[in-house]
Design a protein around this ligand. Structure first.
Ligand SMILES: Nc1nc2c(ncn2[C@@H]2O[C@H](COP(=O)(O)OP(=O)(O)OP(=O)(O)O)[C@@H](O)[C@H]2O)c(=O)[nH]1
Ligand SMILES: [Mg+2]
Length: 299
């Protein structure tokens, strides 16, 4: 199956739901009036698009409808796709090499799996990739990352469980520098005893990166599980207080009709979604394309 086929499949649940629900509103009103806007607003919120993203979408739609003198609801879908694509488009998402990618998020969201998939994606793109096993907290985390490293055929820098994560990152950077690595992707622990520990650990890792490899660029990707709905937004807010986030990897989009959450996260946190996970296999991660996503969501 080609890549678009896979994404379409992965988004099928989402597409059926959001596009069907918005389609219903459009077909049950023919003229654009206040009742239509109200119904559309309610529907978008029901689709997990979130209050603030929904308000921005409706506001934009009103402006476009006015500017283009649209009177029939049939003309609205195309406008909505444009507005949503726009909402999901951000500057500065490109990765400049060499780059250290820190992958963070609460436990079980799919950090380690996404790192394995990312390694394969970048490697296929001709990049030299190393992984750092800086989740030394959870039992078997290091082994799990090693397995993904073997699958993607990239080197994994590791100590054992219980080691200092910042020390692992320090060593991994040293090795990455000497071997002209393009991307060093670091796994991190999903759960520490409390939020303060987690923040301290992340800031310690960040200090090591800044001190030992200031020439490299840095990305911090937050992994969130799409099936958790609005909870994902809450998690993203908490992490954005602990780390300077560059973007979101949204996993398990194959398991939800709530793909609208992509809009909620981008709008509430002003963060781009950079990759989406649509399954458990190594090829089930795709760079996020706002235009394609918006079209898939509504068509
Ligand atoms: N269906 C589906 N499952 C996924 C996806 N991404 C990850 N998973 C599954 O989610 C589960 C947890 O993935 P992990 O990668 O171990 O998550 P983690 O965030 O590293 O977890 P901790 O290390 O415990 O914090 C695994 O069973 C994965 O196969 C996805 O895009 N779709
Ligand atoms: Mg993990």
């Amino acid at each position: 199956m080609n890549i678009f086929g896979k994404i379409r499949d992965g988004l099928k649940k989402t597409r059926d739901s959001v596009s069907a629900m918005v389609g219903d509103v459009i077909s049950s009103f023919s003229k654009i009036d206040e009742d239509f806007y109200e119904e559309l607003e309610e529907t978008l919120i029901l689709c997990d698009i979130g209050v603030s993203a929904t308000q921005r979408i409706i506001e934009e739609l009103r402006l476009k409808v006015k500017a283009d003198k649209i009177t029939e609801t049939a003309g609205v879908k195309k406008q909505l796709i444009e507005i949503i694509a726009d909402l999901l488009t951000f500057d500065d998402v490109a990765i400049e090499e060499p780059c250290i990618v820190l992958v963070v998020g609460v436990n079980g969201v799919g950090k380690t799996t996404s790192i394995g998939k990312l390694a394969k994606l970048f490697k296929e793109d001709g990049k030299k990739v190393y992984l750092a096993a800086a989740d030394t907290f959870r039992a078997a985390a290091v082994e799990q990352l090693s397995e993904w490293g073997a699958r993607a055929n990239v080197k994994v820098i590791k100590y054992g469980q219980g080691a200092d994560p910042a020390a692992v990152v320090y060593d991994a950077i040293d090795s990455a520098k000497h071997n002209n690595v393009d991307l060093l992707i670091c796994d991190t622990a999903g759960r520490l005893h409390n939020k303060k520990n987690l923040m301290n650990e992340l800031s310690k890792i960040n200090r090591v990166i800044d001190k030992s490899y200031s020439e490299a660029s840095k990305k911090t990707y937050l992994v969130v599980d799409a099936t958790t709905g609005q909870n994902a937004v809450v998690q993203a807010k908490e992490f954005s207080e602990a780390a300077d986030l560059s973007g979101v990897i949204l996993t398990k989009l194959d398991g939800t009709a709530k793909g609208g959450i992509v809009c909620a996260i981008s709008a509430e946190l002003n963060l781009p979604v950079v990759f989406v996970g649509v399954g458990e296999a190594i090829d089930d991660l795709h760079p996020f394309d706002a235009q394609e996503f918006a079209a898939n969501l509504l068509e």
